[in-house]
Ligand binder design. Structure first.
Ligand code: MG
Length: 186
């Protein structure tokens, strides 16, 4: 008996059906769904949002930080067909901009901070599909959050980090690369 038929039966008729048979069919159905979902997850090309400072390089804002091994992994993702979106608080600030914060981490001086990050991708030959936003999301949302299937960000809970003796933690690309491999994404 088909599961769709089974679920449409009245309670009296359902009582006539062997309970074990029903449970077995339900388990098979669920297993089949899980296989489809896992297969899709492992093979689909993803939109992946990437933070910059502390993620692609060490934290040295407003400068560009040191290499931490991000470039080969990002290239591998692109080679697998995934689309990278730079998702960073960096922006180019013109002289007309006036920062309204005295927070020590916030630099309100004029500078090409976003362009500097874009140049890092360019010099490392890593193509970006989007900058600060998913190019297709305006078709279905007005949200300012960049849409991605995955986010790699040193500030994200659970992101593997290297914790140097001095300075801020940064993404552990050795561990991230291994996890991406295990998921079949690179
Ligand atoms: Mg960061």
């Amino acid at each position: 008996m088909r599961l769709s038929t089974l679920t449409s039966l009245t309670s009296d008729a359902a009582n006539d059906i062997d309970r074990d048979d029903f449970d077995n069919r339900l388990l098979q159905h669920r297993f089949a769904c899980d296989v489809v979902i896992i297969t899709l997850f492992k093979t689909c090309e993803m939109d992946i949002c990437i933070d910059f400072d502390g993620t692609c390089v060490t934290h040295e804002f407003p400068k560009i930080g040191r290499d931490i091994g991000a470039a080969p992994i990002l290239k591998a993702l692109v080679a697998k067909g995934h689309r990278l979106i730079l998702f960073t608080m960096r922006s180019d600030l013109d002289p007309a901009f006036q920062a309204r914060s005295t927070h020590p981490e916030i630099v309100g001086d004029t500078g090409t901070y976003l362009t500097d990050a874009l140049n890092w991708f360019h010099s490392n030959k890593i193509p970006l599909w989007g900058i600060q936003t998913n190019p297709l999301q305006a078709r279905w949302t007005k949200s300012p959050k960049a849409y991605g299937h995955m986010y790699i960000d040193d500030a994200a809970l659970g992101c593997p980090l290297v914790r140097p003796a001095q300075g801020r933690p940064f993404v552990d690309w050795g561990k991230v690369g291994k996890e991406l491999e295990e998921r079949g994404l690179i």
